[in-house]
Design a protein around this ligand. Structure first.
Ligand code: FAD
Length: 301
C-alpha cells in the first residue's frame, strides 16, 4: 500500500509493534536497526514497501522514520510510523523536531502517537530556517522536547541525536560535549550522525564518560553506496568525508562496487561493536541490498 494512501486508521495501542520499548531493546542488545524516510511519491512508497518486506528475514530490532525539515513530512512520518508499528513485529520510532513548532502542536502529535501505540520518539531540535529568519515557536534545543515527551509518562522511550565529530553549529568541543551529556542524561539513548572513523565514536563515548554520562549511544552507520550524495550530506552535517574509500567505490566495476561498500561497512560496524557499541543503526536510504549483506556478516540476530 502506498504511504500516501494510508487512511490513518487507528490501531489498538496494546497490539502495536512488538510491545517492547526501544530503550529496553538497546539495554539487552546489541541491536540492529535501520532508518527510513517517508517517500514523496507512489513509486517511492512501493520501493519502501518492497524494502520492508525484503528486510523481514533480517530480524531487525527496530526501525526509525525521519521527519522532514521544519515538519514538512509530519503527516507522512506519522502515517508510516503508525503503519509499520501496527504491521511489523518490531517497533518503529518517530523522529520529531521542535524548532519552529509550538508546545500545543507537538503535544497534539504526541497524544496522537500515544493513542496509536507509538511510544518511541527520537527527540531532535531540527534546523533553524536556512535564510537566517527567526524560527518562531516555543523551542530552542532538543532537550526541551525530551522534557515534553518525558512529561507524558513512562510509556515513552526517548532517543536523541549525537554528533561524534561535533554538531556543525557548536562553538567548541567542550561545551558541545557538555550539552550532549546533559541531553543524554535526560534521554534513554542516543543515535549518532554518520561518521567513518571508529575513533570518532570511541572518543565521544570517552568524553561523555568523563562527564559521568553512560547513556547508551548507537552509532549511525552510512554505507557509501552513493559517494556524491554522502559528500553533500557530510558537508551539511560536519562529518569528514572518506575520500579514499569513495575513490575505491567509484573505481570499482558494477559487480565489485556492492562488495566494496559492504566490506567497508562491515569493517566499521565490527570495530564499533568490538569497542562496546550497543548496536548498529544503518542509514539504508530505503534500500535493502547492503543491509541484507551487512546483517548476514554481523549476525546480530
Ligand atoms: P541540540 O541537541 O539542541 O543541539 C543543537 C546545537 O545546540 C548543538 O551545537 C549543541 O551543542 C547546542 N546546544 C544544545 N543545548 C544548548 C544550550 N543549552 N546552550 C547552548 N547551546 C546548546 N533533522 C530533521 O529535521 N529531521 C530528522 O528526522 C532528523 N533526524 C536526525 C537523526 C539523527 C540520528 C541525527 C544525528 C540528526 C538528525 N537530524 C534530523 C538533524 C538535527 O535536527 C540537526 O542536527 C539539528 O541541527 C540539531 O539537532 P539536535 O537534536 O542535535 O540539537
Amino acid at each position: 500500500m502506498a504511504v500516501a494512501d494510508h487512511d490513518g486508521a487507528t490501531v489498538d495501542g496494546a497490539d502495536a509493534g512488538s510491545g517492547a520499548r526501544i530503550a529496553d531493546l538497546i539495554a539487552s542488545g546489541p541491536t540492529l536497526s535501520v532508518e527510513f524516510f517517508p517517500p514523496k511519491t507512489d513509486e517511492g512508497a512501493e520501493q519502501l514497501d518492497r524494502t520492508v518486506d525484503e528486510l523481514d528475514p533480517v530480524g531487525l530490532s527496530f526501525v526509525s522514520v525521519t521527519y522532514g525539515a521544519g515538519g514538512s513530512t509530519r503527516d507522512r512520518t506519522r502515517d508510516l510510523v503508525v503503519r509499520l508499528n501496527s504491521e511489523r513485529s518490531y517497533p518503529a520510532m518517530a523522529h520529531l523536531t521542535c524548532v519552529g513548532s509550538t508546545r500545543s502542536e507537538l503535544s497534539a502529535l504526541l497524544d496522537d502517537y500515544d493513542a496509536n501505540g507509538v511510544h518511541d520518539i527520537l527527540a531532535l531540535a531540527g534546523d533553524p530556517p536556512a535564510d537566517g529568519s527567526p524560527a518562531g515557536g516555543d523551542f530552542t534545543y532538543a532537550l526541551e522536547l525530551v522534557e515534553l515527551v518525558r512529561a507524558r509518562g513512562p510509556q515513552f522511550s526517548v532517543g536523541v541525536a549525537a554528533h561524534p565529530e561535533l554538531h556543525p553549529r557548536s562553538t567548541d568541543r567542550s561545551s558541545d560535549r557538555d550539552h550532549l551529556a546533559e541531553k543524554l542524561r535526560a534521554a534513554d539513548f542516543g543515535v549518532t550522525q554518520f561518521f567513518f572513523d571508529p575513533d570518532d565514536y570511541t572518543a565521544m563515548v570517552g568524553e561523555l564518560a568523563q562527564r559521568g554520562c553512560t547513556t547508551p549511544v548507537l552509532p549511525g552507520v552510512m554505507p557509501l553506496s552513493n559517494p556524491a550524495g554522502v559528500e553533500r550530506m557530510a558537508a551539511m552535517s560536519g562529518a569528514t568525508f572518506p575520500a579514499a574509500l569513495a575513490a575505491r567505490v567509484e573505481s570499482a566495476g558494477d559487480d565489485e562496487r556492492h562488495r566494496v561498500v559492504v566490506d567497508a561497512t562491515v569493517e566499521l560496524c565490527r570495530a564499533l561493536l568490538d569497542s562496546g557499541a550497543p548496536g548498529i543503526h544503518l542509514y539504508c536510504l530505503n534500500r535493502s541490498p547492503v543491509v541484507l549483506d551487512v546483517a548476514e556478516a554481523l549476525d546480530l540476530r
